[in-house]
Design a protein around this ligand. Structure first.
Ligand SMILES: Cc1cc2nc3c(=O)[nH]c(=O)nc-3n(C[C@H](O)[C@H](O)[C@H](O)COP(=O)(O)O)c2cc1C
Length: 337
């Protein structure tokens, strides 16, 4: 009751303020139990208690993972971290679109830098589920530096070259720039690695699929689909930003089907984008996702979001006649190992 009342109060406060306050309050929260053997999934970065992951950008410091783990996630993505600390863009840079169950953001990667991020992770202790570290940077050498440093602590790494708030980043998805990135990262690689890709719009999707072919050939394990959709909006200080939440679901569904159809078992897919219910989770998994990450759903559904999502997922599985997730045809068809 108290947690729900606090969530209701937070949702009336300015979005960035309530985000930071919510993260602090989680420290004092009691852990939610999400124990159900039917939801266990094997991934290339380990076995998870359930397939729901915290999406990148929610904890940009790595200092709140212990609190976030109490929500019941199967795994957590920390970051995105860059080599040097960044302030990010000027405020306003986060807007709630309540009726659409969506957010607009133009954060611009505010983060304390990779070294502080990793120090925070080290302090988090042992009680965490697997942690994936998200890294990025404007210079190739900076991305490789962050990647390399993260491997000591992370179960896997997510390479983010798809944020709409740093448009120059997406140049990395193209032709020889992407080959250089793959080559440089592959030469230091020790952990399963996922490429975070933008939504499947007409302008970029062919480029993304070509990049993923290079990614697979270079020996990388997977993809996280999708990042936010770039939109123009005068309420953001920059005049444009990334749309997340419900309106993205159709695009994340399409992206997962496309990647799974094209690459099958060669690429493990973490789905993200617009997931609000357990039904969305099952639908994405039936299309080939191995895990499903959430961000905006946490803002609108509150501290019990993961527990509720997993309960709804079990209900949907029962209705569809699946005793556990490993029975899903999309898992069996490709004999996932
Ligand atoms: C405020 C905000 C900040 C974000 N920051 C990052 C980030 O630093 N790195 C990243 O890869 N994705 C970032 N994302 C994108 C999310 O990880 C996710 O891909 C996107 O929000 C779609 O999922 P959702 O509809 O569940 O929110 C951010 C999203 C939001 C709303």
């Amino acid at each position: 009751m108290l947690a729900r009342a606090i969530h209701a109060a937070l949702s009336l406060m300015p979005p960035e303020f309530s985000h930071q306050l919510g993260l602090k309050l989680l420290r004092a929260a009691r852990p939610v139990r999400v124990a159900d053997g039917r939801l266990r999934v094997r991934t290339r970065f380990g076995e998870l208690s359930n397939p729901i992951g915290l999406a990148a950008g929610f904890d940009k410091t790595g200092a709140h993972l212990t609190g976030l783990a109490k929500m019941g996630f199967g795994y957590l993505v920390a970051g995105t971290f860059t080599r040097e600390p960044r302030e990010g863009n000027r405020k306003p840079r986060l807007v709630r679109l309540r009726d659409e169950r969506a957010l607009l953001n133009a954060m611009g990667f505010p983060n304390p830098g990779i070294e502080v991020g990793l120090r925070n992770l080290r302090k988090s202790g042992r009680s965490l589920p697997p942690v994936v570290v998200s890294v990025s940077g404007l210079k190739l050498e900076d991305i490789v530096y962050c990647y390399s440093r993260s491997q000591e602590l992370a179960s896997a790494i997510e390479v983010n070259v798809s944020s709409p708030n740093t448009p120059a980043l997406r140049e990395y998805l193209k032709g020889s720039a992407f080959k250089d990135l793959c080559h440089a990262v592959a030469s230091v690689k020790k952990r399963p690695t996922y490429l975070k890709v933008p939504p499947p719009t007409q302008e970029v999707w062919d480029t993304v699929l070509s990049a993923l072919k290079v990614w697979v050939d270079a020996g990388f394990e997977g993809v996280t689909a999708i990042n936010t959709l770039m939109v123009r909006d005068g309420r953001l200080s920059t005049g444009f930003g990334g749309l997340s939440g419900r309106p993205l679901l159709e695009l994340s569904m399409r992206a997962v089907s496309s990647v799974h159809g094209e690459f099958g078992d060669h690429l493990e897919v973490n789905a993200v984008g617009g997931v609000m219910t357990g039904r969305d989770v099952l639908e994405l998994m039936l299309r080939g996702a191995r895990t499903v990450q959430v961000y905006t759903a946490l803002v609108y559904r509150g501290p019990y979001a993961v527990q509720e999502l997993t309960r709804e997922l079990v209900d949907e599985m029962n209705r569809a006649g699946y005793r556990n997730l490993e029975e899903l045809p999309s898992f069996r068809a490709f004999g996932h190992t």
